[in-house]
Write a protein that binds this ligand. Structure first.
Ligand code: C5P
Length: 403
């Protein structure tokens, strides 16, 4: 925690007083804390309390002082190693999820390159309202870490879920975050994520339902543990947060192949998580294809290059290659064939049969099948936790390679 630069961002909630305790805990642990407070939150806790505890000026407005100097939210966002929005009110969560940038807190959130945590605080009905549930899920899909609310007595007098986590609990999540093992320091990783779009004509493409969530969670986990990550992403809406991640956006399977090929020789760990199209139209129409033929329309497709198979065939024994298999039937049998054919170190099997696993979900249930014959089945968990399991297995292999 020592010398870590942390922004504590406070929005309007009765739980704002707990943020003062959190600031105190962090400063005592040696962190350098800067506080941002929304104008409405000043009704709950004073900037004077927070500046005294943080030993730093408190930021609230775009205009810093009477001379008309502005508060540079971009600098603030880039300064931080971590930004923690706690309490995060329903209003602030909604603004974060939708980019409604009407105060300094949101402007800094949108500018920040560091990991983001948010601790919701609101009444129980607000917390379970579909819009809040969706907004929280959306933020998590961006890679933001939610520090879940607790059950208990609420300011309304009602009892239920919505109490912001206690300062000690938030402190412990932050502590764990900074103490996460840097067991991949010095390693270079390559991750593919998301779908590919194969163009048919100027308005149509062949795509799939991949959200990119699993690949992004893997990139974040590798980066958290010290690796420098190149993330090659198909068309997805997700934002990455870690400064160790360099993102290359691609559209088609061919572009993804080229980007992987360009980067693979210097890579220690490659995880091919993208749902790459297996076939692509032979010709791309210059104009929108018209409804002409009453019988139907035939589009001729050609096979795309199998990226995983390609890197599996050229990899050295110092490089680790991991593939994914999303199967609907004879799951394990098919995944084992893939493991052999693609010469991967291991295949991560996820089945579409498991409720809550696979495309679009925030959770996944995997089985790892290794080329050593070992098989490890995991429970259904969040994609962030699945990423930890996968990276743990990779670290075990790197240890044997480096030994
Ligand atoms: O053969 P299948 O497409 O089921 O294999 C899935 C695995 O292969 C995934 O890891 C996926 O990222 C990778 N793949 C690839 N290039 C392709 C097709 C699949 O890298 N053209």
């Amino acid at each position: 925690m020592k010398n870590k630069k942390i922004i504590i961002a406070i929005s309007a909630s009765i739980a704002a007083y707990k943020a003062a305790f959190l600031v105190r805990l962090l400063v005592k642990a040696g962190a350098n804390v800067k506080v941002i407070i929304t104008p409405a939150a000043k009704e709950f806790v004073t900037p004077l309390t927070l500046s005294t505890l943080s030993k730093n000026p408190v930021f609230s407005d775009f205009v810093l002082n009477k001379n008309g100097e502005w508060t540079n939210h971009v600098d603030l966002g880039l300064w931080a190693d971590l930004m923690v929005i706690a309490p995060a009110s329903a209003n602030t969560i909604a603004k974060m999820a939708n980019g409604i940038c009407d105060n300094l807190l949101i402007a800094t959130y949108l500018s920040a390159k560091c990991p983001i945590m948010f601790g919701p605080a609101m009444d129980l009905d607000m917390f379970i309202h579909p819009t809040t549930v969706q907004n929280c899920a959306k933020l998590q899909s961006f890679g933001n870490i939610m520090i879940d609310a607790n059950e208990g007595e609420l300011a309304s007098g009602l009892n239920g879920k919505g109490r912001m986590a206690e300062p000690e609990e938030i402190f412990s999540v932050i502590e764990k975050h900074f103490n996460s093992e840097q067991d991949l320091l010095g390693k270079i990783a390559l991750v593919t994520a998301g779908p590919t779009y194969e163009i048919i004509d100027p308005v149509r493409f062949i795509g799939n339902y991949s959200s990119g969530k699993m690949g992004f969670a893997l990139a974040e986990e590798l980066a958290n543990r010290g690796a420098l990550v190149t993330l090659i992403a198909g068309p997805v809406e997700i934002i990455h947060h870690h400064k160790n991640i360099t993102r290359i956006n691609v559209h088609s399977a061919t572009q993804m192949f080229e980007a992987v090929n360009e980067n693979f020789s210097t890579t220690n760990i490659a995880i091919m998580c993208a749902a790459v199209a297996d076939y692509s139209p032979i010709t791309v129409a210059d104009e929108k294809i018209k409804k002409q033929n009453e019988e139907g329309l035939t589009i001729e497709l050609k096979k795309t290059k199998d990226i995983l198979k390609h890197i599996g065939s050229i990899k050295t024994n110092k490089q680790i290659v991991v593939g994914f298999a999303l199967e609907t039937n004879h799951e394990e049998e098919n995944a084992l064939i893939k493991l052999k054919e693609k010469k991967a170190d291991f295949i991560v099997l996820n089945s579409l049969q498991t409720p809550g696993a696979g495309f679009k979900h925030n959770t996944n249930q995997i089985t790892i099948l290794k080329n050593s014959g070992e098989k490890i089945a995991f429970n259904l968990k969040s994609k962030n936790d699945v990423a930890i399991d996968i990276v743990n297995e990779i670290v075990k292999i790197t240890n044997t390679i480096d030994a």
